[in-house]
Design a protein around this ligand. Structure first.
Ligand code: KG4
Ligand code: ZN
Length: 395
């Protein structure tokens, strides 16, 4: 069958994204308007301002993506997908309304995309940009022209996924499109939120997410300088918690400044103190992720020994925080470690393999909506464009 093209739109939070993606995984054109500057002064996303910014940007971003893809009209595109939840309701509505209008005007098949499924499915997107020589951490990276080979296509179901974003922190068993079972979630904050809160504490830029600034600063610091507790280390499940760690970071910062005053810690800390705090926080946060994930991986192996069923040895790492280089490197090492503890570690089938989208496709953008729609269309699942529903919460 001939490849088809999908226009994807994303407006669930503070990024207005659009992209045209082809069903063989080639991203033909994309455009993104981020609202970092708008929310910076408020220290977080202000929904009303976000909606206004989406409304200002949506037409231009869609036109730009279509134009960059080399199309002169949406008529030439085969289908339309858009995030319909979870997210900020008034923001979701901007993208959803635009996409539904386009689908009806141009009489195109329509898919309402689940944002978390879209993050996860990005780990299955075959990419054209990287050459096989760069495929060290990314088994699916190869020229898209090789796509005809089913064996190298992408990560296959079933697989395990770690979803770490601003809104979520979960471990899931991914069985098929639309079929996921959650085996661990967060008891309080997400990992992205923890990064954002530490960024705020250290006076780093938080508009559009504080994670990249914390990651950059951590590179200058000593990850063992500030002692912090690893959350839930004795709990025998796969859940996460970051609220205690965030408080411990604040306490540690106050101790360094010898003050218990609220507020302006950022002025009292030296640059080296801040770097050490950032590095120590990141180190412990990732240790927590490693511990929970290792438990999940062992659980999956055990279940399979007891109950049989198809083997899971693929780990997808997705969501905004998956852009973090330290997290990527450490989880790659975790996969190696878990593989070598196997009895028959020569057996390729028993080795854990990590699949992670390139950093710019980990955070929110239009390609994720387009690719998720493609995956849904390929299993024959589309939606009614005349519905007006969006879902702030979307199980
Ligand atoms: O997936 P995403 O773009 O939006 C949601 O669906 O939530 O994730 C945004 C989150 C923010 O908390 C941001 O600080 C974090 O991802 N993030 C990072 C990095 N890049 C983005 N956290 C740590 N290191 C990064 N490099
Ligand atoms: Zn997201």
């Amino acid at each position: 069958t001939r490849p088809f093209t999908v226009l994807g739109i994303e407006s669930s939070c503070d990024d207005t994204g659009a992209a045209v993606v082809r069903s063989d995984g080639v991203i033909l054109g994309e455009a993104l308007a981020s609202q970092g500057d708008i929310h910076e002064q408020w220290g977080g996303v202000v929904p009303g301002l976000a909606r206004d910014a989406h409304e200002d940007a949506i037409d231009r971003i869609v036109d730009l993506a279509v134009e960059r893809a080399g199309f002169s009209s949406i008529q030439e595109i085969d289908a339309i997908g858009v995030t319909i939840g979870p997210g900020l309701e008034i923001c979701l509505r901007v993208g959803a309304t635009k996409a539904r209008e386009l689908a009806q005007t141009f009489q195109k098949p329509f898919v309402g995309v689940h944002h978390l499924e879209a993050h996860i499915l990005m780990a299955r997107l075959p990419l054209e940009e990287a050459s096989p020589s760069t495929a060290t951490t990314n088994n699916f990276v190869f020229p898209a022209t090789d796509l005809v080979h089913e064996t190298v296509r992408t990560m296959q179901f079933p697989f395990l996924a770690l979803l770490v974003s601003g809104g979520h922190c979960q471990i899931m068993k991914c069985l098929d499109i639309g079929k996921y079972s959650i085996i661990g979630g967060t008891l309080d904050d997400s990992l992205g939120e923890a990064y954002d809160k530490v960024a705020r504490l250290l006076g780093l830029p938080v508009g559009g997410g504080g994670g990249p600034a914390v990651e950059a600063l951590a590179k200058q610091g000593d990850p063992t300088a500030v002692p912090l507790p690893i959350p839930l280390r004795n709990r025998k499940d796969c859940d996460f918690s970051f609220a205690g760690l965030k408080t411990a970071v604040r306490r540690a910062a106050e101790k360094i400044c010898d003050t218990e005053m609220d507020g302006n810690l950022e002025d009292l800390l030296t640059d080296q103190d801040k770097a050490n705090i950032a590095a120590s926080f990141q180190n412990v946060a990732i240790k927590h992720i490693e511990q929970r994930l290792e438990r999940a991986m062992k659980m999956v192996e055990q279940e399979e020994q007891e109950q049989g069923g198809s083997k899971i040895r693929s780990l997808a790492v997705v969501g905004g925080v998956a852009a973090n280089q330290e997290l990527r490197a450490r989880l790659e090492t975790l996969c190696e470690r878990c593989s070598s503890s196997q009895d028959n570690d020569d057996d390729e089938e028993d080795r854990w393999k990590m699949f992670v989208p390139p950093p710019r496709l980990c955070t929110d953008q239009g390609s994720m909506s387009a690719w998720a729609a493609i995956e849904r269309i390929m299993v024959g699942s589309t939606d009614d464009p005349t519905s007006r529903d969006v879902y702030a919460r979307y199980p």
